[in-house]
Design a protein around this ligand. Structure first.
Ligand code: CMX
Length: 438
């Protein structure tokens, strides 16, 4: 049986002529134009990135390697005794576009076991931070500390650097990073919230199950971890975390530099941090409006308007690309509805009530182009239900999942020899001149 790396080598070799032909024969074909509002407004919708790992349709939502979320969950081999696939099988799928066999999945699970050991200097670096540092700082520092032993950096410095084979050492770092990031996340969780009670890796468990084990979670949470990491993995390449990782790696900074930077972007409240903001908003709502009464749609409406009138965004709602409810939201909602205790959970019911109310309020408010919920509106309540209530940790969970997409993308970036990214800037005076010229 060919290894994942061997399968990938063949895929990259087969793909290269497509990219070369497009650049050489069709390089000057126009695929988009740029307007002044896009230039000032965050390059929204400008088509200037390429990835085959996932595609985000504004109406339909994400497809991983051409498959919707339900199709992905359906197609991939499941973890033993579970309705959900292992993260390792999803990694194989993201990298190659092929649904792996059980034997291929087992091989990746075994391979990640050999990659999971985190050097002690990573623990020292994290421990050196103030204990009340945000867990995203700890995660970013932990990933950056791993840079010392980057195989890509070593290859670059070896004097034998070769553009055709450079992807192989990116693949090595990327696989190490994906295997280690849940171990580092568990360490941070235990350090901050379990009085430094550290649990050893269970060599018999897949990535998601082992994460649940290491943070002292119950059996059911193993599926929560698998689902969560897969759902948060990739959302094509223009979002802040994926784009940052791609941009930094385009300078041939190794995967550790690149993903540490990507995590810093994920930590922004308009991006990954929104999931902790959602919990914060919802609990404050309960505290302020529902101390003695049951939440109602009227009270939720009032709280939403209070937020908007205070000039704040409603966390978990809106999206730069999507124009309908995020299928990642729906997938997690379905998990809640199919989980007996969770279905009747007070907080889930409140989140469901916000789902019924917020789109109407945001539409009336008239600013957000998309009044529907995104992934972050639903993810925190599941963690809360399972007792993971330290919500400043929620973006770390996002970061563990997002590593899969970012690492798959930069492995392919190197495989296809994508250039250093360097868009051109203009001055305001130039824009004014072009505006006057019509
Ligand atoms: N609540 C209030 N106002 C909102 C809003 C929301 N949820 N979403 C958008 N708006 C506002 C914007 O702030 C903007 O206002 P200004 O014109 O005053 O600047 C206006 O509506 C137009 O914005 P947009 O084109 O609809 O949205 P953007 O592409 O600029 O931004 C996003 C997208 C996600 C940053 C924005 O919808 C938002 O801030 N949402 C809340 C935070 C959130 O949930 N982020 C997580 C996104 C998913 C993720 O990356 O994890």
């Amino acid at each position: 049986m060919a290894t994942l790396k061997e399968v990938l080598a063949q895929k990259i070799a087969d793909h290269r002529p497509r990219t070369t032909k497009l650049v050489k024969e069709f390089g000057k074909v126009v695929i988009d134009q740029v307007t002044i509002d896009q230039c000032i407004g965050g390059a929204r919708d400008v088509r200037c990135l390429v990835t085959d790992i996932s595609y985000l349709d504004p109406q339909e939502g994400i497809r991983f390697r051409g498959k919707t979320i339900p199709e992905t969950f359906e197609a991939l081999p499941k973890a033993k005794g579970s309705k959900y696939p292992t993260v390792e099988s999803f990694w194989y799928f993201l990298l190659t576009g092929d649904v792996p066999t059980q034997a291929q999945v087992d091989a990746v699970v075994a391979e990640w076991k050999t990659r999971q050991i985190v050097p002690s200097y990573v623990w020292d670096a994290i421990r050196a931070l103030p204990r009340d540092s945000h867990p995203m700082v700890m995660l970013s520092v932990g990933i950056l500390a791993l840079q010392k032993d980057s195989k890509f950096a070593a290859f670059y410095n070896s004097g034998k650097f070769n553009k055709m084979t450079a992807w192989e050492s990116v693949y090595e770092d990327a696989s190490d990073l994906c295997a280690r990031i849940p171990i580092i996340a568990a360490f941070i969780y235990n350090l901050k919230y379990r009085s430094d009670f550290q649990t050893a890796i269970d060599p018999n468990l897949d990535m998601g199950a082992n994460f649940a084990h290491m943070i002292g979670q119950c059996e059911e949470y193993k599926d929560v971890a698998r689902m969560y990491f897969i759902l948060h993995s990739d959302h094509e390449s223009g979002n802040v975390s994926a784009h940052t990782t791609h941009l930094v790696h385009s300078a041939l900074s190794d995967p550790y530099y690149a993903y540490s930077a990507g995590l810093n972007g994920l930590a922004g409240p308009l991006h990954g941090l929104a999931n902790q903001e959602v919990l914060d908003w919802t609990l404050k709502f309960q505290e302020k409006y529902c101390k003695d009464v049951e939440p109602t749609k009227e009270l939720v409406t009032k709280a939403l308007w209070d937020t908007l009138n205070a000039g704040q965004v409603v966390p978990g709602y809106g999206h730069a690309v999507l124009r309908k409810t995020d299928p990642r939201y729906m997938s997690q909602r379905e998990f809640c509805l199919n989980t007996p205790g969770l279905k009747d959970d007070k907080l889930f019911k409140l989140v469901a009530m916000i789902f019924e109310t917020a789109p109407g309020v945001l539409t009336e408010h008239g600013k957000a182009k998309n009044p529907w919920p995104n992934v972050d509106a639903q993810s925190g309540v599941i963690q809360w239900y399972y007792g993971l209530r330290e919500w400043d940790f929620y973006t770390v969970l996002f970061g563990v999942g997002r590593a899969l997409g970012c690492m798959a993308n930069i492995t392919w970036d190197r495989g296809l020899g994508y250039a250093i990214e360097r868009p051109k800037s203009v001055t305001t005076a130039m824009l004014e001149k072009w505006a006057a010229e019509g």
